[in-house]
Design a protein around this ligand. Structure first.
Ligand SMILES: Nc1ncnc2c1ncn2[C@@H]1O[C@H](COP(=O)(O)OP(=O)(O)OP(=O)(O)O)[C@@H](O)[C@H]1O
Ligand SMILES: [Mg+2]
Length: 234
């Protein structure tokens, strides 16, 4: 389809562990359209994080292909793959991985500075990203001076500062209480519509998954169910 952002064909992932070959992802087929919001659910060990790592270009499939905007990630040069990871994809993890000695603003600026964007431009983009996540009033705070939900919002600002086409989040609310977690999910959904950013979010929380227009259930390395809700369901 014209508007396809991601296309997985027969994606398999194996890990060699001692004498054993562990087949963790088994012939996955998945197509994600630009702008879609997809929740991935499934039991612990189902392969959700492994899948997200492959989508983010952090690891490679054993067999099969992952196409992003029609290009096979496995065929990108190392420079093009580095650019994919830095500019096209944003990653949010369960634990925020913010650098404790730096302020919120500095933490968000780091990916932009790595991309050799000038300091004033990085500051402008980072201030805007922090504004988008509702933290304009906390930019000079260090992570230790922020609440858990605020820390996760800084991590989201860091993930979106380069305005990626795809945001991948691995249990972004797993470490938060349910109300704070719901606020973080609301924020992700808002970013999806404001920035037209495609979003794939792994969550253990079925109530939160129900807020997404598409819910993919994984079990034992396979997609067991791929459910779409109507557009208005949010
Ligand atoms: N590098 C590795 N080497 C060997 N086995 C691995 C490796 N990475 C993951 N696995 C195994 O792959 C399986 C799937 O792991 P994965 O982290 O993708 O699960 P998950 O669905 O994200 O689970 P959770 O909900 O607990 O985060 C697990 O059984 C895990 O032990
Ligand atoms: Mg996981």
């Amino acid at each position: 389809m014209e508007n396809t952002l991601l296309e997985l064909q027969d994606v398999t992932k194996e890990f060699i562990h001692g004498e054993d070959t562990l087949r963790i992802l088994k012939s996955l087929q998945l197509t994600v359209e630009a702008g879609e919001r997809v929740a991935i659910v499934g039991a612990s060990g189902a392969g959700k994080s492994t899948l997200l790592h492959l989508l983010g270009g952090l690891d490679t499939p054993t067999t099969g292909s992952i196409r992003f905007e029609g290009r096979d990630l496995a065929k990108l040069s190392s420079n093009a793959l580095a650019e994919y990871r830095a500019k096209k994809v944003g990653f949010v993890f369960q634990f925020h991985h913010l650098l404790p000695a730096f302020t919120a603003l500095e933490n968000v600026m780091i990916p932009a500075l790595i991309q050799r964007i000038t300091i004033p431009e990085a500051r402008r983009k980072s201030t805007e990203a922090l504004d988008r996540v509702g933290l304009s009033h906390r930019i000079t705070h260090r992570p230790g001076q922020l609440s858990g939900g605020e820390q996760q919002r800084v991590a989201i600002a860091r993930a979106i500062v380069m305005e990626p086409r795809l945001l991948l989040a691995d249990e972004p609310t797993g470490n938060l209480d349910s109300i704070t977690g719901m606020a973080v999910h609301d924020l992700l959904l808002k970013l999806n519509s404001d920035l037209n950013m495609t979003m794939i979010v792994v969550t253990h929380n079925h109530d939160l998954a129900a807020m997404f227009s598409r819910e993919v259930t994984m079990a034992d390395g396979q997609i067991k169910e791929d459910k779409r809700r109507d557009e208005n369901a949010v």
